[in-house]
Design a binder for this molecule. Structure first.
Ligand SMILES: Cc1ncc(COP(=O)(O)O)c(C=O)c1O
Length: 348
């Protein structure tokens, strides 16, 4: 998270907004909290230029819960949906959707070990599908779609957990966008959803109200007690993003950060390698390996000592992974590339 956001939260921790108590101690039905919550939504709408016919929801349960809740709400019983399998998280979305919808895997990068993205022309889409689901950025495999795929009139559903707010986005191209907060929005335990309002009426099967997205929209995401602390921190992050110049500025910054790191990897003469086809490389998550895996543990240890944290790769892939989320400044990427060069000189 941006340091200035954390510092502000620290300053306000014991006395938020002149209330004499923490934001976590406010009633979510109180005027102060409701105003703050509405402002957070308004700021997100400004950042993403969200059209009026889209609802914004602040939910719980993470992206994993949405893997099931989206098919429950968007597909009727016996309905089908198209899924694009581009890595670890889309594969999870597919397996969790299967109890609720007939899944058609329209395209898959599995045979390529998810090192490239299946091109749009290869997708076998079903015009009767309830929706098309894809994962614009695969956090573990480090592949990212550059363009929003054209899927015609079928609603496009996107798990943007790891690249939302990383640059400008045309929300009107989507039926539903969802993102766990813990990368570019705020702390874990909060999920932001942007959903075209007509899709809220799709749920026909019996389900508890807590699973029904239309209920959450009708109650301004306060059907039950929301994650007040997460919502507050998300609101501070949205304010920070606006002060940075909005998503156009973030997009440029993220492009520069990623270019710097990929240049360091590609220019290392094979000492470091990124397995992803250059056309699909993620701006947010950069997995890389060392030329000798026996050096991995030393790389992690020495990088931590140098103040470079969380570089150990996901257990599914091994190696290293640098995540370049919005809150990571260019200077941190510069420090990483300098460390990488120094490490390769010392352990050639
Ligand atoms: C793209 C993507 N989808 C889904 C998830 C799962 O999110 P959660 O743990 O919030 O359910 C993650 C992990 O954070 C992710 O990166």
């Amino acid at each position: 998270m941006p340091q200035s956001v954390l510092e502000r939260a620290q300053r306000e921790l014991l006395d938020w907004n002149g209330s004499g108590a923490s934001v976590m101690e406010q009633s979510h039905r109180g005027k102060r909290f409701i105003e703050m919550a509405a402002q957070a939504e308004a700021d997100l709408r400004t950042l993403l230029a969200i059209p009026a016919d889209y609802a914004v929801l602040f939910l719980q349960g993470g992206a994993t819960q949405q893997f099931a809740q989206i098919p429950m709400n968007l597909a009727g019983e016996g309905g089908s949906a198209d899924y694009v399998d581009s890595g670890h998280w889309s594969a999870k979305a597919i397996s969790e959707a299967a109890p609720y919808v007939r899944v058609n895997v329209a395209a898959s990068g599995r045979a390529d070990d998810y090192r490239r993205l299946p091109s749009r022309d290869s997708w076998q889409l079903d015009p009767q599908a309830a929706y098309v689901h894809y994962t614009p950025n695969e956090t573990i495999h480090g592949v990212e779609f550059r363009e929003i795929p054209d899927v015609g009139a079928v609603p496009l559903v996107a798990d943007m957990s790891s690249n939302i707010l990383s640059g400008p986005l045309d929300v009107s191209r989507f039926g539903l966008i969802y993102a766990g907060a813990q990368k570019n929005i705020g702390p874990s335990g909060l999920l932001v959803m942007i959903i075209r309002r007509d899709l809220l009426q799709r749920a026909t099967r019996p389900m508890a109200r807590i699973f029904r997205l239309a209920e959450h929209a009708a109650h301004d995401s306060m059907l039950n007690t929301p994650n007040t602390w997460g919502w507050y921190l998300a609101g501070l992050t949205f304010q920070w993003l606006l002060a940075q110049g909005g998503l156009a500025a973030m997009g440029q910054r993220n492009h520069a950060k990623a270019a710097l790191l990929y240049e360091a990897i590609d220019g290392s003469g094979g000492y470091y390698r990124n397995p992803v086809d250059p056309s699909a490389r993620s701006r947010m998550n950069v997995p890389f390996t060392l030329h000798d895996g026996a050096l991995d543990a030393m790389f992690v240890r020495e990088s931590e000592t140098a103040g470079l944290l969380a570089l150990k790769g996901h257990k599914a892939l091994g190696g290293m992974r640098a995540s370049l989320y919005n809150a990571v400044p260019l200077e941190a990427v510069l420090a990483l590339t300098e460390f990488m060069q120094d490490f390769s000189r010392r352990h050639g």
